[in-house]
Design a protein around this ligand. Structure first.
Ligand code: ZN
Ligand code: ZN
Length: 113
């Protein structure tokens, strides 16, 4: 069983996330970790992360390997979710950002389709 993720150095976090993704059976995550990593400044945590579910693991993997949203979603602007930046990836995560996907929240990015 994986432990909760402590607040670690972002470069360590990125390596950790890739190791977690590799251990899953998810083709999506195996694809995700081949995408370029965001700079460490975009992979900062507000709090300790749980990585028990595939949704949590998917969200954190795309947070590392996704695309920074130029205008953050409503929840990210309000400081909700475990990550300090709003990151999405194409059609993955039900068109939500990683913060909202992680938390199971609706995301204002969904409406901009
Ligand atoms: Zn967001
Ligand atoms: Zn969002």
């Amino acid at each position: 069983m994986l432990q909760g993720l402590p607040l670690v150095d972002p470069s360590d976090l990125r390596d950790f996330v890739d190791a977690v993704a590799r251990k899953t059976q998810s083709a999506e995550l195996h694809y995700a970790i081949k995408q370029p990593q965001l700079p460490a400044s975009q992979v900062q945590l507000r709090r300790v992360l749980a990585l028990d579910t595939i949704i949590q693991r998917t969200a954190v993997t795309w947070q590392v390997h996704g695309q920074l949203v130029p205008e953050p979603c409503d929840n990210c602007q309000s400081g909700r979710g475990p990550f300090t930046s709003c990151v999405c990836k194409d059609d993955f995560m039900q068109n939500r950002c990683a913060n909202c996907y992680y938390s199971g929240e609706r995301c204002s990015l969904e409406r901009s389709e």
